[in-house]
Design a binder for this molecule. Structure first.
Ligand code: NOJ
Length: 759
């Protein structure tokens, strides 16, 4: 054994033991676990009857386009009849679903049922806010409810497998897929990941209204260079383990039935063909025992990566790495038989793939109950579903600025302007294939229903509209009103897969129009609907309030109406740092200090540099001359309609050993006139480590409701468990030393204390 391998194996064993320990503590309902003997013997019984061709068939996830109308193609029926297909993606016609399943169950050699999959990402028909918006709720219950309803509705269309949750940590708002992500923080993402899996899979995967979850994209996809989708990822193993893996560990612990590989390479090896990541890390360390599916064509894309010579080589690499099922491309279908005959892939390896897949099919109870129950309508758009979607949109909305303009009163005369005030399709956001515009409530719909005193002039027809012909009408309407409510942002198509942007300002002529509107002297409320943070440094001083609504989904209009008029409070907090401009990206709050940390006293703005200045190094620290070193709004930030004050931080022990815990407490007072809800956040900094540590890390949060004038004490417990990190030797352990700790309203402020962890 080579030294490198040996070292890896030793650490692998140590790390696994540590993880197994954590996993045992955290494990919830193991809906997808392989512990059930009955399931195992059934799996083996079926496997024993299968031919090599049928086994390969199970690894085949066939894609179809949901847009294709007309007859069910004969060749698909024949392939299913021959046992050549194990699962389908995007069959969105009930008759086809039933017919294909009937053929599989009644006519294929071993009657193995199919699984029908779909990207049900933030709702099926009832669309919830985009996942980045849901993350702003900082609320596991909201995330869980959204996926529970998505499962209930979509299972009525025969879907028993969704490609969600997406758990890629995203530190770069240029990346289009940040919209689908849980944001930049591994602690928050882990809480959400667990909640989504529990919501999709329910207490029992065999329930016909539960669907199998798919934690994706494993792994590092959000670290694509420059925020360009599909791009190369280079990262150290400690970074991978400390930041990118935890949400996947949480999803696996929660029983996620499947995992999808990511398109990207990590350190030169595409994940779909990466044996270390799929076998050692995912199965060995994280303890995953469901099945692994490739992303769309990501097997054969290994040729474009320059890792596989051709399709056959791609199949060999994927099979060796432990990929169980291939999405859309056919490298397994075309080559596995030969690869096995040539001894390049073992039949035992293929048997493992089939076992992993059959196990999930059995857990979904598809053998007993392959069809959609007749009485399962999904209650599409049920009152209760819409109410939850509205609640989620309210909890996701982040108030970024408010110069005494919000909430509005019913007597205010409002000029509603902007390209997104009445665009049902756009407010549904990316990955909302099945939500229908006729069921979507826009802000204008909600204002009409609530009899608001408003006049509506778009000014711009869509977010990228560069024409100014609508400006004069918008301006005259604004002049004739008390307040301007501007609905701007990005259309849905500007974020999501393959929709990265290098400039993340408001597109089109929106800034131009806002500047013109500002000249009227009327207060402006800017409501942003977008799939990412939108840089607003060039407009923030021209507007009086900024509300980030993300793409809020089906009930977005009602949620926004309630917030604007103070019927509900904005409760959301930023799950990502909000950049000043795109040149600052990637930006994340949990960065390292560097040898020359940026500090206010040393910051020199480029406008203060004397003309012809001598070549000095200007403050010598890590900042930009034009925008400094802080984000526009920090992670965790969000205002409310009242104010909160933090006092009296106390710590129960100044020193703890590795078996002890301490309690840290602060009091929070609602000093404003309105009742409200604060998100109290706990951050920790490990001052010195065997590898350098982030300047802060989120370790806890609590939603606290406070009546006007009320004070509550909020406490968090900390033990060495919370202080663990993976060091350069891949050991996951806390280290002795001093820690700073903050309780506060966001990642850039709070009351500070400190403690020691001693052996
Ligand atoms: C490609 C995307 O990367 C993935 O997230 C999605 O689930 C599949 N296509 C299937 O649509």
């Amino acid at each position: 054994m080579k030294l490198q391998q040996l070292t890896k194996s030793i650490f692998f064993v140590l790390f696994s033991l540590l993880l197994i320990n954590c996993a045992n503590e955290e494990k919830t309902v193991p809906t997808a676990s392989a512990t059930n003997d009955k399931v195992e013997s059934k799996v083996n019984e079926i496997l024993a009857k299968m031919t090599l061709e049928e086994k390969i068939g199970q690894t085949n996830l066939r894609g179809t386009s949901s847009r294709v109308k007309g007859q069910l193609p004969e060749e698909l029926k024949t392939a299913v009849r021959n046992g050549e297909i194990g699962a389908f993606l995007n069959v969105m016609n009930l008759e086809y679903v039933e017919e294909l399943q009937r053929i599989a169950v009644e006519e294929s050699p071993n009657g193995i049922p199919l699984i029908f999959a779909r990207d049900v990402i933030h709702g099926f028909k009832t669309i919830f806010p985009i996942p980045l918006g849901l993350a702003a709720s900082f609320d596991a219950e909201t995330a869980k409810k959204s996926s529970e309803i998505a499962a209930y509705e979509s299972s009525s269309a025969g879907i028993r497998w969704t490609f969600a949750p997406m758990l890629d940590i995203a530190r770069d708002s240029r990346w289009g897929r940040i919209a689908e992500s849980p944001g930049e923080d591994p602690y928050l993402a882990s809480i959400l990941g667990k909640a989504y899996v529990e919501g999709f899979q329910g207490n029992d995967l065999s329930n016909p209204t539960s669907i199998a979850a798919c934690a994706k994209h494993f792994i590092g996809y959000g670290a694509a260079i420059g925020g360009r989708d599909y791009n190369t990822v280079n990262m150290s193993e400690p970074l991978l383990r400390n930041i990118y893996l935890p949400p996947f560990q949480a999803a696996v612990n929660a029983g996620a039935a499947t995992v999808m590989t990511s398109f990207n390479e990590v350190n030169g090896i595409p994940v779909t063909g990466n044996e270390f990541l799929l076998k050692d890390v995912l199965r060995g360390e994280l303890g995953f025992n469901g099945f692994v599916v490739s992303d769309w064509d990501s097997t054969i894309e290994m040729t474009a990566h320059g890792f596989a010579r051709d399709e056959k080589h791609a199949a060999e690499l994927s099979a060796t790495a432990g990929l169980d099922m291939e999405m859309t491309s056919k490298s397994y279908e075309n080559n596995l038989k030969d690869l096995i005959a040539e001894g390049k892939v073992s039949e035992a390896q293929l048997d493992d793939f089939v076992r992993n897949i059959l196990r999930i099919k059995l857990q979904l109870n598809l053998f007993e109950n392959p069809y959609i129950p007749k009485d399962h309508t999904g209650n599409l758009y049920a009152e209760a579903h819409l109410a939850e979607a509205k609640k989620a949109a309210i909890k996701s909305t982040v108030l970024l600025k408010n110069k005494n303009v919000l909430p509005l009163t019913n007597t205010t005369k409002v000029a509603v302007i902007g390209p997104l005030a009445n665009k049902p399709h756009e407010q549904l956001g990316t990955w909302s294939f099945d939500g229908e515009r006729e069921h979507t409530v826009t802000p204008i719909d909600a204002f009409k229903k609530a009899n608001i005193n408003y006049q509506f002039v778009e000014g711009l027809t869509h977010s990228r509209d560069k024409t100014t012909k609508g400006f004069s009408k918008a301006i005259s309407t604004a002049k004739n009103s008390d307040v301007i409510l501007f609905f701007g942002g990005e259309e849905a198509i500007l974020s999501g897969e393959a929709h990265s942007r290098s400039n993340i300002d408001l597109p089109g002529a929106q800034i131009q129009l806002l500047k013109q509107l500002a000249k009227t002297g009327k207060p402006i409320v800017l409501v942003i609907m977008a799939g990412r943070p939108i840089t607003i440094t060039n407009i923030i001083d021209d507007v009086d309030a900024v509300v980030m609504a993300w793409h809020p989904g089906t009930m977005g209009g009602e949620a926004i109406h309630e917030i604007i008029y103070g019927i509900s409070q904005p409760e959301g907090r930023l799950p990502v740092s909000w950049p000043k401009n795109a040149g600052q990206l990637p930006y994340f709050y949990n960065h390292k200090n560097t040898g020359r940390p940026a500090i206010p006293d040393e910051y020199v703005h480029m406008d203060s540099i004397a003309i012809g200045a001598w070549q000095s190094s200007l403050g010598n620290d890590s900042h930009y001359l034009d925008i400094g070193y802080t984000p526009h709004f920090p992670f965790g930030y969000g205002l409310s309609y009242t104010d909160f004050k933090y006092d009296n931080i106390t710590i129960s022990k100044e020193t703890i050993n590795f078996n002890e815990e301490l309690t840290i407490t602060a009091s929070v007072t609602n000093t404003g006139k309105k009742d409200g809800k604060e998100l109290v956040q706990l951050y920790v900094q490990d001052l010195v480590g065997s590898i350098t540590r982030p300047i802060r890390e989120l370790k806890g949060f609590e939603h606290v409701s406070l009546k006007s004038g009320e004070t509550k004490e909020v406490s968090f417990k900390i033990s060495s468990e919370d202080l663990k990190f993976v060091n350069s030797k891949m050991i996951n352990a806390a280290e002795e030393g001093k820690f700073n700790v903050w309780i506060g309203p966001n990642a850039a402020s709070g009351l500070q204390s400190s403690f020691y962890l001693k052996k």
